[in-house]
Design a binder for this molecule. Structure first.
Ligand code: ZN
Ligand code: ZN
Length: 175
C-alpha cells in the first residue's frame, strides 16, 4: 500500500492498519509471511519532511539452517524512519542531513511504499543463522534422518579434528 503524504497536513497524525500477507509479500523474499501484518505508527510532518515512528508485528516462516524444517518466527519490531523528498537525494551530500541516528529514505510523488517499509523491517529482523530451536540437532550427515525427531543407526562419522592429536596421544600411551 502507498501512503499518500498529501493527506497528512497536521504536524502529527496516527496511522494503524492490518494487512494480509498476500498484500505485503514480495518476490524473492527469504521468508514467508504467515500471519496478518499489524502496522501502526505516528506521522510527524515538518514541511516536506516526514518521520514515521511505530511498530510492525507479524509472523514469518523460515527454514532452519540445520534441519531444513520450516519454523515460525514471531516478529514485533520498532522503527523510526525519516523521509525526505527524492529531489533532495541528489544534493544529499552538500545538504545538511540532521545529525542523529534516524535512517533516511526518500519518497517520490508524495508517497511512501508501506509494503516496502514492512518488508525492510522483516528483513532486518531475520537471524543470521535461522534455527528452529537453539539446540536443533540437525540432520544425520550419512542418512539424512532428522535427529530432532529420531535417531538412526549410523556410527558418528564426524570427528572433531582438534581432538585427533589427543586420541593419538592416548593410543601411544596405551600401547
Ligand atoms: Zn532445526
Ligand atoms: Zn544416520
Amino acid at each position: 500500500m502507498l501512503l499518500d503524504l498529501t493527506r497528512y497536513r497536521q504536524p502529527q497524525s496516527s496511522f494503524a492498519r492490518t494487512f494480509q500477507p498476500e498484500d505485503v509479500v514480495g518476490e524473492g523474499d527469504a521468508y514467508e509471511i504467515v500471519a496478518p501484518c499489524e502496522l501502526a505508527f505516528e506521522v510527524y510532518k515538518d514541511k516536506d519532511r516526514f518521520r514515521l515512528e511505530g511498530r510492525v508485528k507479524s509472523e514469518l516462516e523460515l527454514l532452519c539452517s540445520r534441519c531444513l524444517e520450516a519454523f515460525r518466527l514471531p516478529v514485533d519490531t520498532a522503527f523510526d524512519l525519516r523521509y525526505l523528498p527524492s529531489s533532495e537525494a541528489a544534493s544529499a551530500s552538500d545538504h545538511k542531513v540532521p545529525d542523529d541516528d534516524l535512517e533516511t529514505s526518500y519518497y517520490r510523488e508524495g508517497q511512501i511504499d508501506l509494503n516496502e517499509l514492512m518488508r525492510e523491517q522483516f528483513y532486518l529482523a531475520l537471524p543470521m543463522k535461522p534455527l528452529c530451536r537453539i539446540d536443533c540437532r540437525g540432520l544425520c550427515v550419512q542418512c539424512g534422518t532428522n535427529l530432532n525427531s529420531g535417531s538412526c543407526g549410523c556410527a558418528p562419522a564426524w570427528e572433531d579434528p582438534r581432538l585427533a592429536p589427543l586420541r593419538e596421544l592416548r593410543q601411544t600411551h596405551e600401547s
